[in-house]
Design a protein around this ligand. Structure first.
Ligand code: UN1
Length: 512
C-alpha cells in the first residue's frame, strides 16, 4: 500500500531519523521522558519527542529572555522581513501539510489549508510590521503633547491544541515576532512532531539571518510543562488554545500573578436555517462544518436550528448528503473525513451518542466505529446526526467529534437566536437567510452573542484577516487579524512638556 509520500515528507522536514527511535528535543535541550507520536491514520509510530524537564525549561527561558533583549532593538519592519522569509519557506512546504494530515488525521486538503493559514498570517504580519501605530492625543495643557506607543511585551508563552497543530501557533508567533516578542511554544502532546517540524523551518531562517534561536523555542510535555509557563512571571502573556477546562486553569493561574492571557477555548456553534435559506448553500456549509476535520475544529458546527416550516426538507437534504461522505485515510484525496485523534476521542464520541439517546435524542444517522481494512487504527468513526433539544445536557456540552444535533424553532428569528445563544460557549455562529432584516437582526446587539457571526456561510473556516475568538466560556481572547496584535504589546502613554511652565492637569493649582 502506498504511504502517500510520508517518508519523503518526514525527511524533508528534518524528521527523518525519528522512525529509527532517534528523538528530537526542544531546542536540543530536552532530557525528560519520551512522548511517542502514533498516527491516527494507520496506528503506526511516526516518531518520538523528548519532554522538557524543569532544568530544560530553565535553559529555554534563559535563551528566550536573552534573545528578547536583542530582538526588541531590531526595527519592526526588519522583524517583518524575517516573517516574510518564514512565509516564503512555507510556500514550498507541502510536506508540512502532509505531516499535519498524517499526525493529526485531517484531510490532506485541510492540512494544506492549515499551511495556507500560516502563509496568510505571515503576509498579514509583514504588512503590520510597518503599522504598529500609536495615536497622538491632544493635551489639555499648553505646550504639551500626548502620544501612545506600543512596545514589545517580552516572552510570549503559547499553548496549542492538537486540532490545528501548526496554524494557531503561526497566528501567535507571526504577530508576536513583528511586535518584537520572542515565543516559547508548548504544542499538544498529541501532535508534537508538527511543532518540531515548524521549529526546524524557523530555526534555519534565524540561523541564516544571524539571529538567536531563542526567538522561537519549543518545549514538550503535558500540562505540567504548561504549568511552568503559566506560573512564570518572566512570561507576561500566555496564549492558550484548547478546552474550557484547561482555559479556566490557565486563565486563573496567569491572572494570579497579574499576567495577561489570551484564551481561545471551546465552541458550541450553531447554524440557524430560516425559511428563505438556500439549500445549495445550507447543505455544503452545514456538512463541511459538522464533519470537516472529523468535527474537531473549535468552529465545527454542532447544532442546526431549523425553522419548522422547512425542517423536513432541510433534514432530508442533510441526511442525504451524509450518505455521500467517504471516510478513510485522509491522505487519500477521494476521502472527505479522516479519523479522530485517538481512542480516548473515540470513547468520548461513543459516550456522547449514548448520552444523547438516553436524554431522548432521536438518531437520524447512526454513528459507530469503523472496522476492517483501512480502519486498523480504530480511530475512524461515522459522522452522526441526532434530533435533540437545546437544553439536553449533552447538547450544552462541546463534544470534539462529528455529532450534529438538529432542532426546530417556530415563529420569528428571535426564537432561533435565543436557542443559538442559549449555551455557555460563544465562539462561532451563522444564519442562512435571504431576508435582509433577519440577517441584520442576527448581527445586531440583540443578535448572536458569539465572537464570529456569519451570514450564508457555515461556522468554520474563518479567514485570518478578522479577529478570531469568542465570548463566554470561549474565553474572550482574539487572535489573528484586525487589531489582535495589540495584545502582544504593552501600551505606553507619553506626555511631553515642551513649554517653560508646569501647568498641572485638571487645572490644579500648586503654587510654591
Ligand atoms: C480552531 O479550531 O482552533 O475558522 C481554529 C476555522 C479555522 C481555524 C480554527 N480557520 O475553522
Amino acid at each position: 500500500m502506498t504511504d502517500f509520500g510520508i517518508k519523503e515528507a518526514l525527511a524533508e522536514l528534518g524528521l527523518k531519523d525519528i522512525n529509527n527511535g532517534t528523538s528530537t528535543g526542544s531546542n536540543n535541550f530536552s532530557n525528560g521522558e519520551i512522548i511517542e507520536s502514533f498516527s491516527p491514520v494507520d496506528g503506526k509510530l511516526i516518531g518520538k519527542v523528548v519532554t522538557s524537564t524543569r532544568e530544560d525549561y530553565e535553559k529555554v527561558m534563559e535563551a528566550a529572555t536573552k534573545a528578547f533583549l536583542s530582538f526588541r532593538n531590531m526595527p519592526a519592519p526588519q522583524r517583518g522581513e524575517i516573517v516574510r522569509q518564514f512565509g516564503n519557506k512555507l510556500r514550498e512546504k507541502e510536506a508540512l501539510g502532509k505531516l499535519v494530515s498524517y499526525e493529526m488525521g485531517k484531510s490532506y486538503q485541510e492540512g494544506l489549508g492549515e499551511v495556507q493559514e500560516m502563509i496568510d498570517i505571515c503576509d498579514f504580519a509583514v504588512g503590520l510590521s510597518r503599522q504598529l501605530n500609536g495615536q497622538t492625543i491632544p493635551s489639555e495643557r499648553p505646550g504639551h503633547v500626548m502620544r501612545e506607543q506600543w512596545h514589545p511585551i517580552g516572552v510570549v508563552g503559547i499553548i496549542s491544541a492538537f486540532n490545528f497543530p501548526v496554524a494557531v501557533w503561526a497566528w501567535n508567533t507571526a504577530l508576536a515576532w513583528i511586535c518584537g516578542d520572542v515565543c516559547v511554544w508548548k504544542a499538544s502532546e498529541k501532535a508534537p512532531l508538527c511543532s518540531v517540524a515548524c521549529q526546524n523551518i524557523i530555526a534555519e531562517i534565524l540561523k541564516d539571518n544571524n539571529l538567536p534561536e531563542g526567538i522561537s523555542c519549543i518545549i514538550n510535555g503535558d500540562y505540567k510543562v504548561g504549568e511552568m509557563m503559566t506560573t512564570d512571571t518572566r512570561i507576561p502573556l500566555v496564549s492558550a488554545t484548547g478546552s474550557t477546562r484547561m482555559g479556566r486553569i490557565v486563565g486563573a493561574t496567569v491572572a494570579q500573578r497579574f499576567g495577561k492571557s489570551l484564551l481561545e477555548l471551546g465552541g458550541n456553534n450553531a447554524i440557524i436555517i430560516t425559511p428563505t435559506a438556500d439549500l445549495k448553500v445550507v447543505v455544503p456549509g452545514a456538512v463541511f462544518g459538522a464533519v470537516g476535520t472529523c468535527g474537531q475544529r473549535c468552529t465545527s458546527t454542532r447544532r442546526l436550528i431549523i425553522h419548522e416550516s422547512v425542517y423536513d426538507k432541510v433534514r432530508d437534504a442533510i441526511v442525504g448528503a451524509y450518505g455521500q461522505i467517504k471516510i478513510g485515510n485522509p491522505l487519500d484525496e477521494t476521502k472527505h473525513v479522516g479519523p479522530l485523534i485517538d481512542h480516548d476521542a473515540v470513547n468520548t464520541y461513543l459516550a456522547a451518542i449514548e448520552k444523547a439517546k438516553a436524554e431522548g435524542g432521536n438518531v437520524l444517522v447512526e454513528g459507530g466505529v469503523l472496522e476492517g481494512e483501512g480502519y486498523e487504527s480504530g480511530c475512524y468513526v461515522k459522522p452522526a446526526i441526532i434530533e435533540a433539544e437545546n437544553h439536553f445536557e449533552i447538547v450544552q456540552h462541546e463534544t470534539f467529534a462529528p455529532i450534529l444535533y438538529l432542532m426546530k424553532y417556530s415563529g420569528e428569528v428571535e426564537n432561533a437566536i435565543e436557542k443559538q445563544n442559549g449555551v455557555a460557549q460563544g465562539l462561532s455562529s451563522a444564519i442562512m437567510t435571504n431576508e435582509m432584516k433577519e440577517a441584520e437582526k442576527f448581527l445586531s446587539y440583540a443578535g448572536s452573542d458569539c465572537g464570529i457571526a456569519n451570514v450564508n456561510i457555515g461556522t468554520s473556516g474563518a479567514e485570518i484577516g478578522g479577529a478570531f475568538g469568542g465570548e463566554k466560556e470561549t474565553g474572550g481572547g482574539r487572535e489573528s487579524g484586525s487589531d489582535a496584535w495589540k495584545v502582544y504589546m504593552r501600551r505606553q502613554t507619553n506626555t511631553v512638556n515642551y513649554s517653560d511652565e508646569l501647568p498641572l492637569a485638571q487645572g490644579i493649582k500648586f503654587d510654591l
